[in-house]
Design a protein. Structure first.
Length: 204
């Protein structure tokens, strides 16, 4: 049986270029088509959970506009929050160093916003948007450890400048919440939300 049939037979489109999100969906038997949104990420929201929900919705709607009935589009966005500050992707080793310096020896939060849209044709969709939070505890790090990690390619394209599934795992003291959420997609919550969404469609 094709994995996509597990989600109501819908053609699944992942509106993200993240290989980590694709791998997570593969893990639960879903083989999504990759169609990343290239729209500018802009939001007037300030709270991290609202930021990621808004951006995930924008991405999903951008891609859903191109598809007809029988398609499920998944958009997602992840940020790291430490204190009142939201950390996105660093892009440069210098910014990665600055971000990791803020995270080391502390507890921070990872928020992933997810939007799932069922395309109905004629530009109409039926969907949900939600956010999941995971607390991540990081061991204290020396300036040398921070520099060595910030200087490798791994943190540059990741929210908060680290990948929990990569080399940075050496500095993770523990987490409270969903591990997959930190990687980029809360699989358990996503599955439950989609089940509810499909049941709503059956009841219509």
């Amino acid at each position: 049986m094709n994995g996509n049939e597990n989600w109501g037979g819908y053609r699944v489109i992942l509106a993200s270029a993240s290989p980590r999100r694709k791998e997570l969906l593969n893990q639960i038997g879903i083989e999504p088509e990759i169609r990343p949104s290239h729209m500018a990420e802009e939001t007037g929201e300030r709270k991290p959970d609202r930021v990621v929900m808004e951006l995930s919705r924008q991405k999903a709607e951008d891609i859903a506009a191109e598809y007809g009935a029988g398609t499920m589009v998944i958009g997602a966005d992840t940020v790291v929050a430490v204190g009142s500050e939201i950390l996105g992707k660093p892009g440069t080793p210098m910014k990665a160093y600055e971000m990791i310096e803020k995270l080391q020896g502390r507890t921070h939060q990872v928020y992933t916003g997810v939007t799932v849209l069922l395309c109905q044709g004629g530009g109409m969709t039926h969907g949900i948007t939600f956010a999941e939070k995971t607390d991540v505890h990081v061991y204290p790090m020396t300036p040398m450890e921070i520099s060595e990690y910030a200087g490798c390619p791994e943190p540059l394209d990741k929210a908060g400048a680290y990948g929990i599934q990569g080399r940075f795992a050496a500095y993770i003291k523990g987490i409270d919440g969903d591990y997959a959420n930190v990687v980029g997609l809360p699989l358990g919550r996503l599955n439950q939300e989609i089940k509810g969404l499909l049941e709503d469609r059956e009841d219509d």
